[in-house]
Every structure is written in C-alpha cells, then in structure tokens.
Design a protein around this ligand. Structure first.
Ligand code: FAD
Ligand code: SIN
Length: 521
C-alpha cells in the first residue's frame, strides 16, 4: 500500500453557517447578519448558481390588474392539488414586500415608462412577471444581493468551499465538514442554513448549471433529515437543441409573448393536446412535445418567434438572441430547435413555513427545500420569489432559535478524512445522468423505474465513501439523489403534476399523499 497522506481537519467556529450563495442563501445571510457572525460558503465563484441564469423573471402580485388572491389561486392550480396552502399564502402575501425591499437595495427591473413592466408566462392568469435586462432577471438579483452582502461587515464569504457532510450530534446539526483545495475543515455553527439549490445535473438533459448536483438534499438525507416530494421533477418544455450547444433555456416568456411550437413538419400541434395551447402548464407542454417528437420520428420540435418581429425579440430577449447567435442561429429569422429538459426540483428537504427541518439547528430554503409551496408542479417564476421570502424566513428562524455551542461541542474533534478515489467517476457520472433521463424522465413506469433502481444500487457503495475532490463528492450526492427520486417515483402509483406514470396515468387512490423519505425508515 502506498503511504497515503491523510490531511488533518482544521476546526473553526461561526455563529451562523449558510451553505450556498444563490438567492435563498444570500437573503438568509443578510437576515442573519443582524444577529451574529455569518459565514457563507459556496463551492464555486459566488455568483455561480441557478439564480444567476434565471431568465423569465420573478412572479409577484404588484400590477394594477393583479391581486395576491389571484396569484395564490394560480399557484394552487399549477401545484395540482399538492401545494401546502399555508406555505403558498406566505409566498404571495410576503412577496410584494420582499420585491420592494430588493428595489430599495438597487434592483432595476424593466419598466414601461416609469411603471414596472409585467410579463406573462404559462398558467398565470395575469401579467405578473417582473424582469430585468429583458431576460437576465437572475443576474440582476445576484448582483444586488452579492453587493448587499459585501457591504455587511459581519458576513464572511468563502468561495470554492464545498460542504461535504453536515455535522450532527445527538439529533442536532452543529455545522458542516467542508473541503477547499483538498483541505478538509470542520465549521461549527450555532445554526446552519442549507441553500444549495437544485439537482438538475442528475439528468443528462438539463437547463441547470454544473453546481446543481443536489448536494444539500443528499447531505441532509445522510444526516437524518426528512426529504419530501422527490418524485416531482419539473421538465421545462423548451431548451435549445443544437448538437454543438448546451441545453440553454429558452424562457417561457417567449411563448408568453406569442412564440409558437411547431413539429418537425413545421405544423402547429398544441391544439391536439391542451386547450391553453403553448401556455398550458409545463408538464402538459413537455409531454405533448415528447409525443409529437415520437409521432414525427424527430428528436426535437421548433419554437417559432416569426410573429413577434425581429426588433421586439432583440429588445425583449437580448440574452436569448445573442446566445443563440453565438451558436450560429438567428432566432429573428429561423425557428429555434428545442426539446424538454430537467429544470427544477419541487421536492427537497422538508421544512415548515419557518424554514425548520426535523433536525435541530438545521434550516433550509430555496430549491433544496420543500416547503410545499410548489406542490406537484411549480408555477413559472415562483422560485426566485420563494428564495427571497423563505430565505429571509429561514434566516429569521435560525437566528431566533440558535442556542450557544456547549463546551463539549466546541471541544469536538474530527477524524482525518481518508482520501479515497473512484477511478472511473466521470464515466459513472455520464451513465447515471443518461439512465435518469431515459428511465426516470418525463414519462416513467414500474419497469423503467425498477431498472433504474437496480443500476443505481450497483453504485450505492460510492455513497459510503469519503472524497476530497469536488467531482467525486458531487457524484456521491448525485447517486444519492437519483436513488431518492427513483424510490419516490416508484412509491407514487398515480400521476399528478409533473410526475407521470404511464402504468398509472390518472390521479388514483392516495394521490394527495406526500411521500417522505428518511434514512433508516
Ligand atoms: P441556487 O441559485 O442554485 O444556488 C445554490 C448555491 O449553492 C450555489 O451558490 C452553489 O454553488 C451552492 N452549492 C451547491 N452545493 C454546494 C455545496 N455542497 N457546498 C457549497 N455550496 C454549494 N426561477 C424563477 O423564479 N424565474 C426564472 O426566470 C427562472 N429561470 C430559470 C432559468 C434557468 C436556466 C434555471 C436553471 C432556473 C431558473 N429558475 C427560475 C429557477 C430558479 O433560478 C432557481 O430555482 C433558484 O434560483 C434557486 O435558488 P437557490 O438559492 O435555491 O439555489
Ligand atoms: C423561464 O424563464 O421559462 C423559467 C422560469 C422559471 O423556471 O420559473
């Protein structure tokens, strides 16, 4: 055996630990900074997050034609009977205040003259989507929140620092084991807020950035926290389909402004599938596209902006226009080849409406959490709002409920982390992503799910190991999360919202139950 050097675990303490620097983590950190020293860790540069890439905008009932009650009803309808009503009420009622606060911190949303401009997206019965820079809303949110955090003296930011595991003793979370440049550290905290975002990277076709590997869900599960609704994965109907390009998102707002879907024969087809045509709920549009691809023997359909006018497209969607142009596609002249892609996790770490998990000292917010706001299917543009509203709530609760670390807790020592390695980890990563797309995708059934489960179990040994590299740690988490999505999808023997089982195509007995997964249950 070669002599493997085992790095020692450095120990540090902070009052509050926030894991993740997207909208939810940053908003939580700002709240916590009123109550003590905050450390925000993030595994890449601070802005690298789903938040940064959000295009369409942020839903909020602020226009003259809108009311919070209508936003509430639309959210419940999209959630297809599985939203927690109390959680939705909090979202829509606190949303306007959070947006006005963001504007007071410098957020510049697009305007018509002096009035805020509101866009329309699928399943919204009113124009209520605020946007910035046309289609760069998330970038504006990150800019404002990062600047705010930088201006607060009591917030320490540690980029390229990855949370490996949560530290749990006697049922309480005391912080996290982290790694930076292969050096492990224990960050002890009075309270920890998990805000690590989604898990789209578990699928081979996804709109999500590289950081979205489901780390928070996997860490929380291994630590004993309950996860809920993991079977509900939202597939966005329109991602760019070009051989040499990533699956760049083509915002729903393109359809909101009149974009039409055409099949490979360039025929409009949504009238065969849904009365709301292109503005039907996302799951319905994604399944319709899949069926139309099958019917016409094609691997994509088209999004046609022809009726919009080139100048309008360039002005309203500058990021989409210029990104497609870099891949040689002028969207003002030709229809865009598109296909559905994994986009958003409705499920996650189960929390109450104050951001509490079932572990003392552990709070969660944003896409990694499951407050029940989205039910079985998220209403477009509700997640940035959720990050603001519930990020703040998780921060408030964490501050209010944090107790001091005891002498014994402060004296904890940590074993050196044996640096193990998986030689073929990148191949396994590719295999698992393809497997999830093929067998646990938009349409599932018992046979495909059992096949996925069998294969995922073969990789189960990886979730028991400890690593010091980001790619291997992410793979460990992806395997864990893939297994949880598959188990939940197997358990739900009915079709509701984004979860469609071809062997149980309707809402049958038990469809209103939530599926909760907990280690050792
Ligand atoms: P994120 O913004 O993803 O942030 C997660 C953070 O956690 C990142 O900083 C990441 O580096 C860090 N992290 C992850 N794992 C670890 C770890 N182990 N250790 C340390 N740090 C870690 N929603 C809308 O409402 N409107 C939209 O227009 C919209 N458009 C979208 C467009 C795209 C392309 C995508 C991908 C999503 C879009 N969404 C949109 C969804 C929305 O952007 C996300 O749900 C939301 O931004 C999630 O915020 P978050 O703070 O929970 O997570
Ligand atoms: C989009 O712009 O279509 C994405 C909006 C969202 O996911 O909420």
């Amino acid at each position: 055996m070669p002599d493997v050097k085992t790095p020692n675990v450095k120990k540090e303490t902070t009052d509050f630990l926030v894991i993740g620097s997207g909208v939810a983590g940053l908003r939580a950190a700002i709240e916590l900074s009123n109550h003590g020293k905050v450390t925000v860790i993030t595994k890449d540069v601070p802005s690298e997050s789903s938040t940064e890439y959000a295009q369409g905008g942020i839903a909020v009932a602020l226009s003259d034609e809108d009311e919070v009650g209508i936003h509430y009803e639309d959210t419940l309808k999209a959630g297809d009977g599985l939203c927690r009503e109390e959680a939705v009420r909090v979202l829509v009622e606190e949303g306007p205040e959070r947006i006005m606060e963001l504007i007071s911190w410098g957020a510049e949303f697009d305007r018509d003259g002096t009035r805020l401009a509101f866009g329309l997206e699928a399943a919204h019965s009113r124009k209520r989507i605020l946007h910035a820079g046309g289609d760069s809303t998330g970038k504006e949110l990150e800019r404002v929140l990062i600047n705010k955090v930088k201006a607060i003296h009591g917030i320490r930011r540690l980029p390229f620092t990855l949370a490996m595991e949560l530290i749990v003793r006697d049922g309480a979370c005391l912080g996290a084991l982290t790694v930076s440049e292969r050096r492990p550290a224990a960050l002890l905290a009075r309270a920890t807020v998990l805000a690590t975002g989604g898990a789209g990277q578990v699928y081979s076709i996804t709109t999500n950035p590289q950081v979205a590997t489901g780390d928070g869900m996997a860490l929380a599960y291994r630590a004993g926290a309950a996860l809920e609704d993991m079977e509900f994965v939202q597939f966005h109907p329109t991602s760019l389909f070009l051989p040499s390009a990533p699956h760049f998102l083509l915002t729903e707002a393109l359809r909101g402004e009149g974009g039409r879907l055409l099949n490979a024969r360039r025929e409009r087809f949504m009238d065969r599938y849904h009365s709301e045509m292109e503005l039907a709920p996302r799951d319905a549009v994604s399944r319709a596209i899949l069926k139309e691809m099958e019917r016409t023997g094609s691997d994509h359909v088209y999004l046609d902006l022809g009726r919009m006018g080139g100048d309008f497209v360039k002005r309203r969607f500058p990021r989409v226009y210029s990104t497609c142009l870099t891949y040689g596609l002028d969207i003002t002249r030709e229809p865009i080849p598109v296909c559905p892609a994994a986009h958003y996790m409705m499920g996650g770490v189960k929390t109450d409406i104050l951001g509490r998990t079932n572990l003392r000292g552990l709070f969660a917010a944003g896409e990694t959490a499951c407050t029940g706001v989205h039910g079985a299917n998220r209403l477009a543009s509700n997640s940035l709002l959720e990050g603001l509203v519930y990020g703040r709530r998780a921060g408030q609760t964490a501050a209010a409920e944090a107790t001091g670390l005891s002498k014994e807790q402060l004296a904890l020592s940590f074993e050196p982390v044996p640096p193990q390695s998986i030689p073929a980890h990148d191949e396994i990563r590719g295999d698992i992503r393809r497997l999830m797309w093929q067998e646990v995708g938009i349409i599932r059934n018992e046979q495909t799910l059992l096949e996925a489960k069998r294969k995922i179990e073969q990789w189960g040994y990886i979730t028991e190991k400890s690593f010091l590299t980001r790619r291997e740690l992410e793979l460990k988490n992806m395997i864990q999360v893939a297994g949880l999505i598959t188990d939940a999808a197997l358990s739900r023997q009915n079709s509701v919202g984004a979860h469609f089982r071809s062997d149980y195509p309707r809402k049958s007995a038990g469809w209103q139950d939530h599926i909760t997964l907990r280690k050792n249950d």
